[in-house]
Design a protein around this ligand. Structure first.
Ligand code: KG4
Ligand code: ZN
Length: 343
């Protein structure tokens, strides 16, 4: 397979990612995480994350080159997450990308992290249908997007009005005494639980919008667990996890299908860390099949933050002839989802 050879760098949160792709072919995906250093705080500490990126950056990038079997001089471009994310963490990645681009004399592409979560699916399932609807669910964002062209045209259809889905997972995990990030342990605990055991609220279920709200659900879980503890009763952790997870997956998939119907679109792609969730994947598959919608979800390792997703979007920007970013590229912690490429 041909196409531009691109190095992608991702540092928006706690993962230091470097990926190398050739067109839509994944050659290497190297990731280091500072999660262990944040776990005892119950959330990512920005300054700790920035410092860890600095230490991990060069080994992770060199690891990616070694794995891909290509030399730095061979690449056609460097892509980097310019936002949204933690300001200091983003700055480390952007500075590294500028250094590589300048030293190698290659163009630099500052890309949107959220668009990259959507673009990564192409490494596995080929070109994105145009248009498609994207359900983007991560630790910081929960959005429904109409994507006529992931390299330039991404339109918001709806978003969470409070907590992101991943944030709700992380907070509920804390209530249940599970480690951070909360998605994977809740996903595992839910396997042996009954998703119908507790009827947790599904906010905005019937409101006719494509927006979400997860703050009330998180609070409802916390109150339910507290009430059990106050009564001196054991907390049925697996049932709470399964019932919470069911509420999240139910709302997300219902609204994603509604978005496709409203837009007359028959292709849905799900991306972001929460897309790794087993129940979300299964329920989305069932509901899409019922609704005649084709579903695409990257394998779990490509759903959570990584450098390959940045490289994938970068390669597509190069292929579609977009002008590169300047070496003055800023990191923008609140980059809007509509800005796919930053100059
Ligand atoms: O996309 P991501 O890696 O980072 C951000 O861009 O935020 O998403 C991280 C989020 C965390 O909240 C984490 O708990 C959640 O994704 N997550 C999951 C699973 N794996 C990661 N949530 C539910 N089930 C999972 N298996
Ligand atoms: Zn992400």
């Amino acid at each position: 397979m041909g196409g531009p050879l691109v190095l992608g760098i991702e540092t928006s949160c706690d993962e230091t990612g470097a990926g190398i792709v050739r067109g839509r072919e994944l050659l290497a995906d190297s990731v280091a995480t500072s999660m262990d250093q944040h776990a005892r705080f119950g959330g990512v500490v920005p300054e700790v994350a920035s410092r860890a990126h600095l230490e991990a950056m060069v080994p992770v990038i060199e690891g990616a080159f070694a794995k891909a079997g290509v030399r730095p001089a061979d690449i056609d471009a460097v892509a980097v997450t310019a936002g949204p994310g933690l300001a200091g963490a983003l700055m480390v990645g952007v500075a590294a990308a500028k250094a590589y681009a300048y030293a190698l004399g290659k163009p630099l592409y500052g890309v949107n992290h959220l668009a990259a979560h959507v673009a990564v699916d192409q490494l596995e399932h080929g070109p994105l249908p145009s248009p498609c609807v994207a359900l983007l669910v991560s630790g910081g964002h929960s959005s429904l997007l109409l994507v006529p062209d992931v390299t330039g045209s991404v339109e918001p259809l709806g978003a969470t009005i409070d907590d992101a889905a991943g944030e709700a997972y992380d907070k509920v995990a804390r209530v249940l005494g599970m480690p951070f990030p909360g998605g994977p342990p809740i996903d595992r605990a839910a396997v042996s639980g009954d998703p119908t055991a507790i009827s947790f609220p599904r906010a905005k279920y019937h409101d006719g919008t494509l927006d979400f709200s997860f703050a009330g659900l998180k609070t409802a879980v916390a109150r339910w667990v507290e009430a059990r503890e106050d009564a001196g009763s054991p907390v049925p952790v697996a049932d709470v996890a399964a019932s919470f997870q069911e509420a999240v997956a139910d709302v997300l998939t219902r609204k994603a299908v509604a978005a496709c119907r409203q837009q007359g679109v028959s292709d849905l792609v799900i991306g972001g860390g929460v897309a790794a969730n087993s129940r979300l994947r299964a329920l989305a598959a069932a509901r899409c099949e019922q609704a005649g919608i084709r579903l695409r979800v990257p394998r779990p390792g490509l759903c959570t933050d990584n450098g390959a997703m940045v490289a994938a979007l970068g390669a597509q920007l190069v292929s579609s002839g977009r002008p590169p970013s300047s070496l003055g590229l800023p990191a923008d912690s609140s980059l809007p989802v509509t800005d796919v490429l930053v100059h």
